[in-house]
Design a protein around this ligand. Structure first.
Ligand code: IVH
Length: 702
């Protein structure tokens, strides 16, 4: 603990004042570490001593009590701190493009989807992609009523009190639609970021790695007074739920938001064609260094909102927008070592340990080396990359970093290679459990064959299980998983839920823990006994099944019982249930096989059974398709459609809650047949299904 403290009765007023300032800082720092980082910085008893000391000094010198006094701060538990808010419209991300050709493709895809001729007009907006964090602000009758972070895109955190402290965000709007949800980016300017870090450093507080982290850390504060003291800004660039349209075009809507009092980016323009977009991209890139805030690309959006509506969304990104990213930043450094990490699916990933170097403002000391071929200078087909130059320990290498992705090694400088260096030889066994590491034909990665006996795989699976997009268990992060695994307390997900019964006592006595932190941990765990189906599916850590796929699957089956039964029924990779799984848009045959095989494995099944016994699994409803005549129906399109492209018809049907299948079966509800329909129409007649013309279909869906 800190210095020996004088008895309160002996303090002079000046000493009391100084100590209150110090206590406020120490307690705030402890709160922060406790609520937001993975581990508390001090034992509970010490924390309580600080709080008591603070209260005692305040009792003797009431006039010295600080506006940010720790006694006024409720030590809210993290899980209650930011209540969860379900977004009325999901907060999606943007597809990325890097080369000019990606942008040309983007525009061509749109023309194809809408069946627009190459010379038909198609305007876009182009604006900087702000490197901050997105925020959704809800206004009702002109009053700001709520603000939420993106979270996992479906559910965010309630940060209303904090958002109210941002000067760019109006509290009241004149003449706005009755309901208006404005979305945009919270960010910090370079100047404010530098000044904040200076202040933090002087106060012995935490400094931030970059303006985006600083903005995120400042917005996600339990104490809005801290947010208020941090200079955050906001650009509005989109909207969600709205009771009446803002305009007919993206550019018009943004102008309207500006007129309502929002700050909008001055570099947004409207462009008639790709050439203009690319020219604006270069113009913005040229000004990047002098803007005074971080941007990481340029966003293009289809200007006409009716076209945006027709284009709609892929699973996680709109078809009508793309982010044209700036190319990555680079630096040269020494490759000190190559280490192998074993992931949750057993993949052996080579990691470069580097002499730390700054790349685009961030210190980089690790970078990915992908796989054995990449190190050897070949691609997965055996063709040379880097003109065949291999990468060796002791080499000077170029590191690059694009956005927040893991830094990569791009190339190696052969002129500086030490004479005695040797080619890297990739391990043939798992460095953790010693099992053979094999490379399946057609695969780029070596995989440990140890499965459940490999501690590295088990630990990584557990880390994945507790992670944010999976079970999101408050109080357990990577560090705790490692420690509890080491103790032998948890070996598989089900063990987390029996931890309190088995080892509660030992945990309360464990160094760095105590009654309070243990109680918080167990509360965090028990809050997750009830879990939405999609999080459970993602949490299982099945190879190829990402968060988006898990959500698609959950929506498609609705309940755990239906899902599990279907996976078992599909175990031979054939039959109706196998077809249904493969027909889910966004689920390919590789993922389908991985899922089904996972559920077929007896060890997995036993572990799942133990886990499920601890849980109450929440059904997942398909997105609201109220008033839709085709919600839950299965539709097959065949022949030529004349009013819209096949892609648009499929997207529209899905948006209205229907499933679009590729083949006709007894489970098909509607077959929409255009001119030239062949065998599918015939089969539909044989099965006595409802056949619709394109016009009848359009009538049906309104
Ligand atoms: S439009 C439907 N415009 O980038 C998506 N996003 O990678 C609407 N972002 O989550 C987003 N600047 O946080 C849009 N001018 C801009 C943006 C922008 C930054 C962020 C946003 C989004 C992420 C997507």
């Amino acid at each position: 603990m800190g210095p020996v403290r004088r008895a309160v009765e002996e303090l002079t007023s000046a000493q009391a004042k100084a100590e209150l300032a110090m206590l406020a800082r120490e307690i705030a720092a402890a709160d922060l570490a406790y609520h937001q980082a993975d581990a508390p910085v001090m034992p509970d008893a010490d924390y309580d001593t600080l709080k008591r000391r603070n209260a005692a000094i305040e009792a003797r010198f009431p006039e010295l009590k600080r506006p940010d006094s720790p006694s006024d701060r409720v030590g809210a538990a993290p899980s209650e701190a930011f209540a969860k808010i379900r977004h009325s419209v999901p907060m999606l991300s943007l597809a990325n493009g890097f080369e000019d050709a990606d942008i040309t493709d983007f525009a061509e895809r749109i023309r194809r989807f809408l069946n627009l001729a190459a010379d038909a007009p198609l305007a876009f907006t182009a604006e900087p992609k702000i490197d901050g964090l997105s925020l959704s602000i809800r206004y009702e009758n002109g009053e700001m009523v709520q603000a939420a972070t993106r979270g996992d895109g479906e559910t965010g955190e309630n940060v209303t009190a904090n958002a109210r402290t941002i000067a760019d965000i109006p509290h009241r709007l004149e003449g706005a639609p009755e309901v208006l949800e404005v979305r945009g980016e919270v960010y910090m300017s370079h100047a404010d970021f530098a000044a904040l870090n200076e202040r933090q450093e002087a106060a012995g507080g935490k400094t931030f790695a970059n303006p985006r982290n600083a903005a995120a850390g400042s917005l996600r504060q339990l104490d809005a007074a801290i947010t208020a003291a941090r200079p955050l800004r906001f650009f509005a660039y989109a909207w969600a739920e709205i009771s009446e349209p803002l305009a007919d075009t993206q550019s018009g809507a943004i102008a309207r938001l500006a007129a309502l009092g929002f700050s909008t980016n001055p570099l947004m323009i409207r462009c008639e064609g790709i050439a203009d977009l690319l020219a604006h991209y270069r113009a913005i890139e040229a000004r990047r260094a002098t803007l005074g805030y971080d941007i990481d690309g340029v966003v293009y959006k289809v200007d006409r909102l009716d076209l945006q509506a027709r284009l709609g969304f892929r699973s996680a990104t709109p078809r009508w927008a793309i982010a044209h990213k700036f190319s990555a930043e680079r630096a040269t450094t020494l490759l000190e070592a190559i280490e192998i990490q074993v992931g949750r699916t057993g993949a052996l990933s080579p990691v470069a340990r580097l002499t730390p170097v700054t790349v685009g403002g961030v210190v980089v000391s690790n970078a990915t080396l992908h796989n054995a071929d990449y190190i050897a200078g070949r691609d997965s087909r055996g063709n040379p990359i880097r003109e065949g130059r291999d990468i060796r320990v002791g080499d000077w290498v170029t590191v690059y970093r694009a956005g927040d992705v893991i830094p990569k090694i791009e190339d190696v400088d052969l002129t500086r290679r030490p004479a005695e260096s040797q080619p890297y030889s990739f391990p043939e066994t798992c460095p953790v459990c010693g099992s053979d590491a094999i490379r399946e034909p057609g695969e780029a990665v070596h995989r440990c064959t140890g499965n459940l006996i490999c501690p590295a795989q088990a630990v990584e699976k557990l880390k994945h299980f507790v992670s944010r997009d999976a079970f999101d268990i408050e109080g357990i992060g990577a560090k705790q998983v490692e420690a509890f695994f080491q103790e032998g307390w948890i070996r598989e997900p089900a063990d987390i839920f029996t931890l309190e019964v088995r080892h509660g006592e030992s945990l309360r006595k464990r160094e760095g823990w105590g009654e309070k932190s243990a109680a918080n941990l167990f509360r965090g765990i028990s809050e997750r006994r009830s879990i939405p189906l999609n999080r459970l599916i993602f949490g299982l850590g099945i190879r190829h099944v990402g968060e988006t796929a898990a959500r698609l699957i959950a929506r498609s089956y609705g309940s755990w019982a239906r899902f599990q039964m279907a996976m078992e029924a599909a175990r031979e990779h054939e039959g109706e249930d196998w077809e249904t799984l493969n027909n889910i848009d966004g689920i390919g045959p590789v993922m389908a096989a991985s899922l089904v095989d996972f559920f077929h494995d007896p060890a997995n099944r036993a572990a799942i059974e133990r886990l499920v016994a601890e849980l109450s699994i929440e059904d997942v409803e398909a997105p609201s398709t109220e008033g839709s005549a085709i919600a839950g129906k299965t539709v097959v399109f065949t022949g030529t459609l004349e009013k819209m492209t096949r892609a648009e018809a499929k997207a529209r049907a899905e948006a209205l809650g229907a499933k679009v299948a590729g083949s006709v079966s007894a489970r098909t509800d509607y077959v929409v047949a255009g001119p030239g329909a062949g065998s599918k129409e015939k089969k539909a007649r044989e099965l006595g299904l409802t056949l619709l013309s394109e016009d009848e279909w359009l009538d049906l869906i309104g």
